[in-house]
Design a protein around this ligand. Structure first.
Ligand code: ZN
Length: 190
């Protein structure tokens, strides 16, 4: 059997990632959320910029560093204005940038990721026997969860379809590009 009708999806985060860290007020590990507020500190021509996170429960704040002692001339004026305006689009850009979290040694709460799946035009979205999921943000998420969302099935049903060799994928977690083969299209009618 050849697989030639492919539908390609792109997985895009809907909201900023939460982080997990110890909250000194709650005295335990808590989830911190992006407030979409930047803090800018100017010292001479050196600039510090942070994105402010806060504990979901008690609002204790935690500053995530964007720039430290950066020359003002090294920041594009429109970006600098966006920091001062607390631009939500820019806050989302940082809030979904894995490198930003890695630089701050912040632990992303992958369990609470919210995402959208967009069809990338070009493939067949009617009858297909192969699904490809493009994961440009490298979100760490289980493949069966995303496939269940896509096919509007439960994860248990996906497990059953895998076991019965109706669908096939090799990665437990999404890679940069993940391919799901659908070997028996008739299961849609079940
Ligand atoms: Zn707290």
């Amino acid at each position: 059997m050849s697989y030639h009708k492919t539908v390609l999806y792109e997985l895009i985060p809907k909201v900023s990632y939460k982080i997990i860290r110890n909250c000194p007020e709650c005295d335990c590990k808590m989830k911190y959320v992006n407030t979409n507020c930047f803090r800018v500190n100017a010292n001479g021509n050196k600039i510090d910029v942070w994105l402010i996170y806060q504990c979901e429960k008690c609002k204790h704040t935690y500053n995530m560093s964007i720039y430290e002692r950066k020359k003002l001339s090294g920041i594009q004026p429109e970006i600098y204005k966006s920091f001062l305006d607390n631009d939500t689009e820019l806050a989302l850009k940082f809030g979904t940038d894995k490198q930003f979290f890695a630089n701050n040694r912040a632990e992303i709460d992958w369990s609470s990721i919210e995402y959208n799946l967009h069809v990338i035009p070009g493939g067949s979205s009617e009858e297909f026997d192969c699904i490809e999921i493009y994961n440009p943000y490298k979100i760490k998420i289980r493949t069966d969860k995303v496939v269940a969302d896509l096919l509007h099935l439960t994860r248990n049903k996906i497990k059953m379809l895998l076991k019965n060799d109706v669908i096939e994928f090799s990665q437990n977690y999404l890679g940069h590009m993940t391919r799901i083969l659908i070997k028996d299209i008739t299961f849609y009618q079940l």
